[in-house]
Ligand binder design. Structure first.
Ligand code: MG
Length: 395
């Protein structure tokens, strides 16, 4: 539980994202009501499609994303209507994510144009959370030519509320002491987990404002909203314990070696597996992942392939632990006379390592291995990955 209510979360939301990219790329669109849209599957007549984005100039006429192009034309006949160029936006979205990642390892994208950052522990590198927010805002504008609204608070929910209050081109901080003043007058739809249906249900019971939910007895809320009731009440009080969770794109890390001639000697197989263990461990450390499941892959001379796995109690990126597990697995495989043509190791069940907690939780013994691995990695980076094979591991 966070009891000191420190500001640690930044929420970023690109303003009128698609439309802003178009206005950036084409001066004729600037300061004009611009609407981008498309029809599912692409192509065809734009008029039968849906609004993807509306510039702020177009929003003044009541045009918003999700509305049919036809309706948008009724509301804003002078609007400029163009098809969305998704690949352009994806490109910008990727750079946006990369900029966020400079300031914290804990970056969570929400759609294409929003990011959450947890910057606790990053202040010593970049300055206070406010300074980091300003830097990102400037950098996004400098590198992408796009305006981003910034919200800062102690948790994700309040940070996103802050962003919305500051939009467009916003920079808004919600201090915990002000949370009630800010949250209570908001409509209930501002809370996460309240969709259209729930909103209607609550309104029928005379509940319109966040304040009413914040002060409602649990029993009544649970009756109205089921098991989500308590969580929604906490949000109404400004309490949100959800974590900033970076996406894990890498599903597994694997390396394999195919031999020019089939290997029949077990000692040679072990030596090769050591090399592959080190390569897998090195890659995992470099990419910032730890894995819990280790798989040995063996293909025999006759092309039959065996996979044997073990899932560990704690995830790892250490060569020694990977290698030891692989040896265990190897001992369970019945080797064939014709020999082995391929060996592989896969580390899966990955989680991004939390660098700030790493030292706290690594046990003493692993701590030493950790330091050793890190110094070996430095040597590998200098002399190439084949420079080191640890003799001690072969015993
Ligand atoms: Mg946006």
């Amino acid at each position: 539980m966070n009891n000191n209510h420190r500001l640690s979360i930044i929420h970023l939301d690109l303003d009128a994202f698609f439309a802003s990219v178009e206005q950036r790329d084409n001066p004729a669109y600037r300061d004009k009501p611009l609407i981008t849209g498309g029809i599912s599957g692409g192509g065809g007549n734009l008029n039968r499609g849906v609004v993807h984005a509306a510039s702020y100039e177009a929003r003044k006429y009541g045009v918003h994303a999700g509305m049919s192009i036809w309706e948008a034309r009724q509301k804003c006949p002078q609007g400029i209507f163009i098809p969305s160029r998704i690949s352009k936006y994806l490109e910008a979205s990727k750079i946006f994510f990369q900029i966020g990642s400079i300031y914290s390892p804990l970056v969570e994208p929400l759609g294409m144009d929003e990011l959450f950052l947890n910057v606790s522990g990053c202040e010593s590198l970049f300055g206070s959370i406010e300074v980091i927010g300003r830097k990102i805002k400037e950098r996004v504008y400098g590198e992408l030519g796009l305006k981003v609204s910034v919200g800062i608070a102690e948790n994700k929910f309040l940070a996103k509320i802050a962003t919305n209050l500051g939009k467009p081109d916003g920079f808004y901080i919600i201090y915990f002491k002000d949370r009630q003043k800010i949250l209570y007058p908001l409509p209930i739809s501002a809370l996460w987990g309240i969709g259209r249906k729930t909103e209607e249900l609550l309104k029928k019971s005379g509940i319109y404002q966040v304040e009413q939910l914040a002060q409602m007895p649990d029993s009544i809320l649970v009756n109205l909203l089921g098991k989500n009731g308590k969580k929604i009440k906490l949000l109404a009080q400004g309490i949100d314990e959800s974590l900033v969770t970076p996406p894990s794109e890498v599903k597994s890390i694997s390396r394999e070696t195919t031999f020019p001639t089939n290997i029949t000697e077990k000692a040679i197989l072990i030596k090769e597996l050591l090399k592959i263990s080190q390569l897998v461990g090195y890659t995992a450390r470099k990419e910032g992942y730890k894995g819990r499941t280790i798989t040995l892959k063996i293909r025999f001379h006759n092309f039959t392939t065996f996979n044997k796995s073990k899932t560990l109690e704690n995830s790892t990126h250490l060569d020694d632990i990977i290698f030891k597990t692989i040896l265990e697995l190897l001992n369970k495989v019945k080797l064939k006379k014709g020999g082995v043509r391929l060996l592989g190791i896969r580390l899966s069940n990955l989680s991004p390592e939390d660098k700030r907690n790493q030292l706290k939780f690594v046990r003493d013994k692993e701590d030493k291995l950790e330091q050793l691995s890190q110094s070996l990695d430095k040597i590998r980076e200098k002399f190439g990955s084949k420079a080191i094979t640890r003799a001690s591991l072969l015993k």
